[in-house]
Design a binder for this molecule. Structure first.
Ligand code: ADP
Length: 694
């Protein structure tokens, strides 16, 4: 071998060695890169990924140390997030930062990289233009060369990847290219992770929503195959396990007759991309159906391409039923012949039915928004006390108010209405609305009046012939005009009794009509009550009953003097005593009546209470609420005393009320009854009028 050749060979060997070295370095880098890429795909979070990158660089890249820093812009530090390899307190000691200094500071390579955003290569630590302290620490750890690559993290953050090699010049052009590649991969990986996290978060949020949603939420693929169902979906369709639904066509939830429409809507959603809302008959697992409102929309992928359908369903069967009920209800209320209004708690009218216009003449538009019961509309015709009492009842007592009201139509005509106003309370017990129902009773009242007048006239006309029959019967019976045979006398007695009953009926009718027309005269004059009662007892002894019933008067020790209309009191007591005698029990030999007087407070008024107690047939419980009604007679009374009219108590009540008193009773069938009548201790209320009772 010639010397020249040997030199050449040496040269060649060096070159080959160099190439081998280069190849080795490159391989190291490629290995590092591919491992890092694998890590990026596998990593679940940021620090984990960065740690892996560093350790891959050390393990597979054969580097001495690698670390990743994050530039914290608040304190200007580059903080270590991950590191691997031989570090020996280097990072802690260095405290890298990028703060602008007043006097120019010699930057360390990583600081320069972070500040400039460019890759900084330190080919040879000994020769680097950097602070000596740094150099010393570097050399101590055999960091003979290094590279520092900045990378962007998201939009704001800047990170640095620093790799240290134990030989000089470890990073030349080709390696640099790969290192940069590595950094950009890390950046991408981190961004991807970030997005992935965001996606996971939003998916989690979606899941939570799905679980909590009161709607039944279902996701399907574009072919309509169910992929996700919310708990509510299972519930409203009667399933238990999502497996029963997932993988099946969403049409399993819809009644067959609605399939074509649902299909069309689905296609439309896909075409227009808009949310479609529709009502369908939906199916449960057991085949029963319900009505659901379904909103369906598209889910798109990142590129905006439709990916899936999402649908939310609400069971609206109840709502539909309520709507239907409400519709019917409104129709009924609208069409009712009574005037119906609904007001807020201040009487401002919110609703008025059609009858309001028919009765008052004010259109619905004129009515709504105005206050009820004022002169502006049909009201304001009654005395102030009437409205005060009404408000007290409905607003403070929260009770129903009923009464007769005089109103004025739009054309000025006055009419009478029977009004009933009810408060509607909210859950908190406060008044929300008032419902007012009024019936125009003007016509009925006129008819009633005409009827009463007719009865009054007819009764009056009947009295004269009846009196004649009575007289002549009495005359014949007394034998004044010659003796009668026993048979004649028996028949005549029947005639007489009949005419007596007729007189009573005619008198009662006359009294009823007088009381109903109004204007009963009450003239209280001071009188001794015990005398009056003793009188009544005496009169009752002459009653035409088949039995004699003893009447006991529990006379008070001191005699009671009161301002009374003795005629009216006589009428009432006579009626009650007569009833007590007439309705005595046939199978009770000890039948008797007792009258008592007692002073006590009744309904807040100091009163004299007169009670008439009998031990007769009593009043059956089911009939008790009707005994003060006109013409009412209880079933047991019909049998005991056939001749009653059912008018006595009706008259009594009107009379007692007219004098400012009260009347009521206690009774038990088969045991007896007690009727109570009161007179205020201040005396009967005086009333001006023309009508007296017969
Ligand atoms: P009448 O006695 O003429 O039937 P009332 O108006 O006086 O009419 O009485 C109405 C009804 O009340 C009677 O039919 C009877 O059923 C019942 N009633 C009244 N008083 C008594 C009583 N003391 N005992 C039992 N029932 C009575």
């Amino acid at each position: 071998m010639s010397p020249v050749q040997s030199i050449k060979n040496k040269d060649l060997i060096t070159r080959i060695k160099q190439s081998e070295e280069e190849i080795r370095t490159l391989t190291r880098f490629y290995l590092t890169l591919s491992r890092v890429n694998q890590e990026i795909v596998r990593a679940k979070d940021k620090t984990e990924l960065l740690k892996e990158v560093c350790s891959v660089a050390v393990k597979h890249g054969g580097f001495r140390m690698a670390w990743v820093g994050l530039w914290n812009r608040e304190n200007w530090r580059i903080e270590t997030v991950a590191s691997a390899g031989y570090e020996a307190g280097f990072l802690g000691k260095m405290k890298f930062h990028v703060k602008e200094d007043k006097e120019q500071r010699l930057l360390r390579p990583v600081e320069e990289a972070a500040r400039t955003g460019k890759v900084v290569v330190n080919y040879d630590t000994e020769l680097a233009a950097a602070p000596d302290s740094w150099k010393a620490e570097m050399l101590k750890r055999k960091y003979f060369s290094s590279v520092h690559i900045p990378f962007e993290l998201g939009e704001k953050e800047v990170g640095t990847l620093s790799i240290y090699a134990s030989d000089k010049n470890a990073f030349r052009d080709r390696e640099l290219f790969l290192v940069k590649e590595l950094a950009s991969d890390i950046g991408l990986g981190l961004n991807y992770l970030e997005k992935e996290n965001k996606l996971r978060e939003s998916e989690e949020r979606f899941r939570t929503l799905l679980e909590a949603s009161p709607d039944a939420v279902t996701e399907t693929n574009l072919q309509g195959v169910i992929t996700t169902v919310s708990p509510r979906t299972l519930e409203i369709h009667g399933f238990k396990d999502p497996k029963e639904m997932i993988g099946k066509s969403a049409f399993m939830m819809i009644a067959p007759e609605d399939h074509p429409r649902a299909q069309r809507n689905l296609e439309k959603t896909l075409r227009d991309g808009k949310i479609m809302s529709a009502e369908y008959t939906l199916l449960r697992k057991d085949g029963t159906t319900f009505i659901g409102e379904l909103d369906a929309g598209l889910i798109r992928d990142a590129a905006g391409k439709p990916k899936a359908f999402i649908a939310a369903v609400r069971d609206i069967t109840d709502r539909k039923k309520h709507e239907e009920d409400l519709r019917k209800f409104k129709l009924a209320v609208d069409a009712a012949s009574d005037h119906i209004i609904i007001t807020d708690e201040n009487a401002v009218i919110l609703y008025a039915n059609e009858a309001v216009e028919k009765i008052t003449g004010f259109s619905q538009d004129e009515v709504v928004g105005n206050k009820a019961g004022t002169k502006k509309l049909w009201g304001g015709m009654m005395p102030q006390e009437f409205y005060e009492k009404m408000w007290e009842t409905i607003k403070n007592k929260k009770k129903i108010f009923t009464g007769e009201v005089k109103n004025r139509r739009k054309n000025g005509e006055v009419y009478t209405a029977l009004a009933s106003i009810s408060p509607v309370l909210g859950d908190d017990g406060n008044v929300r609305f008032f419902v007012g129902i009024e019936r125009d009773v003007t016509h009925e009242k006129e008819v009633d009046r005409a009827k009463t007048e007719f009865v009054s006239l007819a009764s009056h006309q009947l009295r004269t012939p009846l009196t004649a029959i009575n007289w002549y019967s009495e005359m014949l019976l007394s034998g004044d005009v010659g003796p009668l045979s026993e048979e004649q006398s028996r028949y005549l007695k029947e005639v007489y009794r009949g005419s007596q009953r007729m007189v009573r009926l005619v008198n009662d009718l006359l009294n009823v009509s007088r009381l109903e027309i109004g204007g009963l005269l009450v003239e209280p004059i001071t009188a001794k009550l015990d005398l009056l009662i003793a009188d009544i007892i005496r009169e009752s002894a002459f009653m035409e009953t088949s039995r004699e019933v003893p009447i006991r008067f529990a006379k008070p020790k001191e005699s009671i003097e009161l301002a009374i209309d003795s005629e009216l009191l006589r009428q009432v007591l006579r009626n009650l005593v007569n009833n007590a005698i007439r309705y005595c029990s046939d199978d009770r030999p000890d039948a008797g009546v007792e009258i008592r007087l007692e002073k006590r407070v009744v309904e807040g008024i100091d009163s004299l209470v007169i009670s008439i107690t009998d031990n007769g047939i009593g009043i059956p419980k089911e009939d008790q609420h009707r005994v003060f009604e006109k013409f009412f007679r209880a079933g047991n009374a019909e049998k005991t005393a056939a001749g009653g009219t059912g008018l006595g108590l009706y008259i009594c009540k009107m009379v007692v009320k007219a004098w400012g008193g009260d009347i009521w009773f206690e009774s038990e069938e088969g045991k007896g009854s007690t009727f109570y009548v009161t007179i205020p201790l201040t005396g009967m209320v005086s009333r001006k009028g023309q009508k007296k009772l017969v």
